[in-house]
Design a protein around this ligand. Structure first.
Ligand SMILES: Cc1cc2nc3c(=O)[nH]c(=O)nc-3n(C[C@H](O)[C@H](O)[C@H](O)COP(=O)(O)OP(=O)(O)OC[C@H]3O[C@@H](n4cnc5c(N)ncnc54)[C@H](O)[C@@H]3O)c2cc1C
Length: 444
């Protein structure tokens, strides 16, 4: 039998930052992941680093990205995120500069035009630097604890002595005082099973869907004078839509998630040259009683657009506004020179035939309000791609310290339903890692 004081399940962002806090505590720790080590990974979701290998955009804010502040308090949440940033910088993250999106002049003007402005300080590592930082963290953690990969637990059981037994696929049984589950969204099915078996209830599930807009890069110049990007929220009838992942000079790229294809945004620094466009998604949230219902809604809409071949549908704003049918095909043959050229190959079509009205309405109303804010029309060549999605894990009931009703079992990061971002997931790891580093009683 392998005995450890703490077992972390999931070596994604939250798990790694919890491990980092525990590393110097002298506690015996094992970290398990169902994927592979960083340098052997081929999957972009699972393995050491989890989704931290993606765009690596760390937004340090309570305005969006989760509700960590509800557990820790407002100032403590910001402090934890500062601590995350200091750790990233210790492992080379400072190579990417920090910027902030707070602009009082823009906030005042935007509010007049009917927008809310969400602000943040941001360190955008990008994929290459994220990987380098994670590799250095791996090298350090390897010297302080055991890490086991391709090790998705088959059974977790609370034993009569108040400890836990965890059985791995290779037959190894781990005996542990405390468990931190940090399996993110990619562990959802597995985590649902554990919740059922351990008697932990799961709450409402959320899925955001929205169209990705690619517009002329200079159209937002008047509002991006003092900030690299901005995040606007807009309240319409029965929804509040929010911009997500704004990429000045960036590209729209294909995102493959759970077998579905969606248009995603890529930072300009990922390619040698930026584009002359700017893109963002306008997300509209939807809430469902269960995760299964949220998943079914998401799959139904995205897979109908994909048509079993990673198809992305798109339409020019001009024809969408006029309710005209778009000339179909991946190339808009014979068309005049367009002022916005697509950076992602897409099939031009009539989006009204493919996308629920809710998302078209929200996008058109948002762009109309944006025109008021800019004091100019949005170019009718602007491209609207269908459809981007963001899946959330259902909230589960935990204490202020992220402990479930099963004593000794903690749940952090996105699978807790409390965080939805790199910075807040990492900060929840720092928070719980610190608690367990200091609060475990010897022999308990
Ligand atoms: C395409 C994409 C891009 C994103 N970009 C950004 C961004 O730029 N900025 C931002 O703030 N947020 C971004 N997000 C959200 C962000 O990535 C997540 O909020 C964050 O990674 C959550 O961290 P986590 O530790 O909870 O989960 P993850 O980082 O997903 O890690 C979960 C880990 O658990 C492991 N695991 C899963 N199931 C099991 C199991 N049963 N047993 C053992 N191990 C398991 C996985 O292999 C993985 O390593 C993005 C999300 C997506 C999908």
């Amino acid at each position: 039998m392998n005995r450890y004081e703490i077992t972390i399940i999931g070596a994604g962002v939250s798990g790694i930052f919890a491990a980092h806090e525990l590393a110097a505590s002298g506690k015996s720790v094992i970290m398990l992941d169902k994927g592979k080590k960083l340098n052997e990974r081929s999957d972009s979701y699972i393995g050491f680093g989890g989704l931290g290998m993606s765009e690596g955009k760390y937004n340090y804010t309570n305005d969006f990205g989760g509700e960590l502040e509800r557990k820790t308090g407002y100032d403590a949440a910001l402090q934890l995120m500062d601590d995350v940033d200091a750790i990233l910088c210790r492992y080379g993250g400072s190579e990417a500069g920090m910027y902030h999106t707070y602009d009082p002049e823009l906030s005042a003007k935007a509010q007049e035009a009917g927008f809310g402005v969400l602000t943040t300080r941001t360190r955008h590592l990008g994929t290459r630097l994220s990987k380098a930082v994670l590799q250095k963290m791996y090298d350090y953690l390897e010297t302080c604890m055991t890490m086991k990969f391709e090790a998705e637990p088959e059974r977790i059981e609370k034993t009569d002595n108040g400890r836990f037994e965890i059985e791995l696929p290779d037959g190894t049984v781990i005996d542990t005082n405390r468990i931190i589950i940090a399996t993110g969204r990619s562990g959802n099915e597995w985590f649902s099973r554990q919740c059922d078996e351990l008697g932990i209830g799961r709450g409402e599930a959320r899925v955001d869907l929205g169209l990705r807009v690619e517009m002329r890069g200079n159209q937002l110049n008047s509002i991006l004078k003092n900030a690299f990007e901005t995040k606007l929220s807009f309240a319409g009838k029965g929804y509040t839509a929010t911009t997500y992942c704004m990429n000045p000079r960036g590209r729209v790229v294909l995102k493959l998630q759970e077998g579905l294809a969606m248009p995603d945004g890529q930072n300009y620094r990922e390619k040698e040259e930026g584009s002359s466009n700017l893109n963002f998604t306008l997300f509209v949230p939807n809430r469902f009683p269960t995760l299964e219902e949220a998943d079914a809604y998401f799959r139904d809409i995205v897979s109908r657009i994909n048509r079993n071949r990673n198809r992305i549908a798109a339409q020019r704003l001009g024809s969408l506004r006029q309710g005209m049918k778009e000339e179909t095909g991946s190339e808009e043959s014979g068309s005049r020179m367009r002022s916005v050229l697509p950076t992602l190959e897409a099939e031009f079509t009539d989006l009204r035939e493919e996308v629920p009205e809710r998302y078209l309405e929200a996008t058109l109303a948002f762009l109309e309000a944006l025109e008021k804010l800019l004091g100019e029309s949005i170019d009718e060549d602007t491209i609207v791609y269908a459809i981007d999605g963001k899946l959330y894990s259902p909230a589960i009931e935990t204490s202020q310290e992220f402990e479930t009703k099963v004593s000794g079992l903690f749940v952090i990061g996105d699978c807790s339903g409390t965080t939805h971002s790199l910075s807040q997931a990492a900060a929840s790891g720092v928070y719980v890692g610190r608690l367990l580093a200091g609060h475990l009683l010897a022999g308990n």
